[in-house]
Design a protein around this ligand. Structure first.
Ligand code: AR6
Length: 204
């Protein structure tokens, strides 16, 4: 399946978490676009963000792991693992919700991205489904602000530009139903990947 990136002139705000005081979205500064709807790029650790829900790039067991999954479990505390055990796993491309426990966010939405196997194994469809299912679970639970890491772009090996294109495309479809949608980037290079997509559309 091929996905086109229909993100024409999408407003993206660049925010650097933690530079102007605590890394709260409401206290961060805007570098680029100021108009709504708000899809923001934040450079920082997703576990520090004060949003209604953070999305976890989990595995099908939901029993924790490395990367952002490990960070979320460390900060949320052992209650998160207990809650995940009760959920009982999650298939690739789907999403499940638990409380955020000791995280600043009320909820954690756990989604399982595809492992990149060259691009011919439904990876794009499954990654798109992760974002879509996460939004649907969020809406069903009254979430108004949500932050995503780059699902599948770490140990699962999904190429970052293609993954960012899918993320932004799905986000654009949901942005009017949320107050804030955050792409939480863990490096300046990841910010640049998202910005390159945005800049490409600004040039059109
Ligand atoms: N905040 C924001 N982003 C982060 C953080 C953080 N604290 N830590 C890492 N990232 P990955 P995957 C970024 O590997 O590829 C786990 O073991 C990271 O730079 O966490 O979906 C699970 O249990 C990358 O861009 O997730 C699964 O087994 C992105 O988050 C497997 O890894 C995702 O990297 C899932 O692999």
């Amino acid at each position: 399946m091929r996905l086109s990136i229909a993100v024409k002139r999408m407003p993206v705000t660049l925010v650097r978490a933690g530079v102007n005081g605590p890394p709260r979205i409401s206290h961060s500064f805007e570098v680029t676009f100021k108009y709504r709807p708000m899809i923001r790029l934040i450079l920082g650790d997703i576990t520090s963000l004060t949003v209604d829900a953070v999305v976890n790039a989990a595995n099908t067991s939901l029993l924790g792991g490395g990367g952002v999954d490990g960070a979320i479990h460390r900060v949320a505390g052992p209650e998160l693992l207990e809650a995940c055990k009760k959920v009982g796993g999650c298939p690739t491309g789907e999403a499940r919700i638990t409380p955020g426990f000791r995280l600043p966010s009320k909820w954690v939405i756990h989604t399982v991205g595809p492992v990149w196997r060259g691009g011919e194994h439904d990876e794009a469809m499954l990654l798109e489904s992760c974002y879509r299912q996460s939004f649907e679970v969020a809406l069903a639970n009254g979430v108004r602000s949500i932050a995503f890491p780059g699902i599948s772009t770490g140990v699962y090996g999904y190429p970052k530009p293609a993954a960012a294109g899918i993320a932004l495309t799905v986000m654009e479809g949901y942005n009017e139903r949320f107050d804030e949608i955050v792409c939480c980037c863990f490096s300046e290079q990841d910010i640049e990947v998202y910005q390159a997509i945005q800049d490409g559309h600004d040039d059109e």
